[in-house]
Ligand binder design. Structure first.
Ligand SMILES: Cc1cc2nc3c(=O)[nH]c(=O)nc-3n(C[C@H](O)[C@H](O)[C@H](O)COP(=O)(O)OP(=O)(O)OC[C@H]3O[C@@H](n4cnc5c(N)ncnc54)[C@H](O)[C@@H]3O)c2cc1C
Length: 371
């Protein structure tokens, strides 16, 4: 249920494994919305040749700013800028080639047991229908109706707003900028060039109206003018969401945003959503077993730890963080990507132990996320 990134990735993997798959998508037709996304190099290992077409730019450097200070991190393996509508088209093609069928304009409404597996209630082109399946995968995003109907608790979400702007003259097309402004948001602002002409500027906040106001102020200060707006609510990962439940003789799984499979440190959900999708495909094809899900759980837990530290940071902590990024610590950040967070964390701490102390202090003091 849900024909976006995580759903299509699952559909292709399960269909390749020889099971019949049907993708059910509520949108009336295949018109994925455009969105500029940044992912680590890990994405290349996950995606087939047609998915590579979604890569529109490469990022070789990060610049971090806070309170008049700055630090630069050169990336050994470039981050990738991908265009979501191209990615979704490529994934849909791959799922179709693997044998999956598609039902658009079909909204999932409810679920229950039947004699063999699961009975699904859907609304298809305005008419109520029943579908039958052995297994259902909820890939219907942060407000997942599959999750609610199957008894999972609601996941918490935060607002993300992004604007497409003309790339400022002083910003190279291979450099991402990040601003930490804790008075505005415990997360951060970013500027991601999608080409030599255009960039996505965005922010994650805690409350929708405050976030929008702070973002408008930020754009004005930087003299940036929004050409287009993109936005949605993003899940906040706090603890592992068990991905499987049984209903009668059938099984229901969750993947992607529906299972909060988002790196909560930087709020990226593509690579981790694909990992969740691969894990669920493995579980479906191998009687519930998946090493990928165990590894993903560890990865998401590390990002939760980092987020808890950053959420308590005040301005002086960010200033100290940027000052403490010595050449060796910056080397670790450039060598190891944020999809290998534990290795990254230990390497940075080994090369700049005072960062570890700053992090520990962050964990123990100040106001943090509501636990
Ligand atoms: C503006 C923005 C910028 C982002 N930037 C980044 C980034 O730079 N890097 C990164 O890694 N991540 C980023 N993310 C997060 C990332 O986009 C998401 O984590 C990812 O797209 C989630 O994919 P998904 O398939 O799980 O869910 P979704 O993309 O939300 O897809 C859910 C699908 O289910 C369908 N659906 C919903 N309800 C039903 C129903 N009842 N019946 C049938 N179908 C249904 C929807 O139509 C949709 O197609 C960003 C998100 C936003 C909004």
């Amino acid at each position: 249920m849900g024909g976006s990134a995580a759903g299509l990735y699952t559909a292709a993997a399960v269909a390749r494994g020889g099971r019949p798959v049907r993708v059910v998508e509520s949108k009336p037709q295949f018109e994925p919305a455009a969105r500029t996304l940044i992912v680590t190099d890990h994405f290349r290992r996950q995606i087939g040749p047609s998915g590579q077409e979604s890569i529109v730019n490469e990022i070789r450097r990060f610049e971090l700013f806070t309170d008049g200070r700055s630090a630069q991190v050169a990336l050994n393996k470039p981050d990738l800028i991908i265009e979501r509508s191209r990615l979704i088209s490529a994934l849909a093609r791959e799922a179709q080639e693997a044998g999956a069928s598609f039902s658009y304009d079909t909204r999932f409404l409810g679920i229950g047991p039947n004699a063999r597996g699961l009975r699904l209630e859907v609304e298809s082109r305005g008419k109520r229908e029943e579908l039958h399946a052995d297994s259902v995968v909820g890939a219907d995003g942060a407000a997942s109706r599959v999750a609610r109907a199957s008894g999972w608790p609601r996941v918490e979400t935060v607002p993300l707003v992004q604007a497409i702007v003309r790339l400022p003259k002083d910003c190279p097309a291979d450099t991402t900028r990040v601003w930490f402004v804790p008075d505005d948001t415990p997360y951060f602002y970013w500027l991601i060039p999608e080409s030599a002409e255009r960039a996505a500027v965005g922010v994650i906040g805690e409350r929708g109206s405050d976030t929008k106001r702070a973002f408008e102020r930020f754009l004005e200060n930087k003299r940036l003018h929004a050409l287009e707006w993109q936005g949605a609510r993003i899940p906040v990962y706090r603890k592992w969401v068990p991905v499987r439940r049984e209903i009668g003789n059938g099984e229901v799984y969750l993947v992607g945003d529906a299972a909060a499979q988002v790196k909560v440190s930087t709020v990226g959900g593509i690579v981790t959503g694909f990992r969740g999708a691969l894990g669920v495909a493995q579980a479906l094809l191998q009687n519930g077993k998946s090493q990928e899900l165990t590894a993903l759980r560890r990865e998401l837990a590390t990002h939760w730890l980092i987020r808890r530290v950053l959420h308590r940071f005040q301005q002086e902590d960010y200033s100290q963080l940027v000052d403490l990024l010595n050449a060796a610590a910056r080397r670790s950040l450039g060598e190891i990507n944020r999809d290998e967070s534990m290795r990254l964390l230990w390497n940075v701490a080994r090369r700049q132990p005072r960062l570890l102390l700053l992090g520990l202090r962050g964990l123990l003091m100040g106001k943090g996320l509501k636990e």
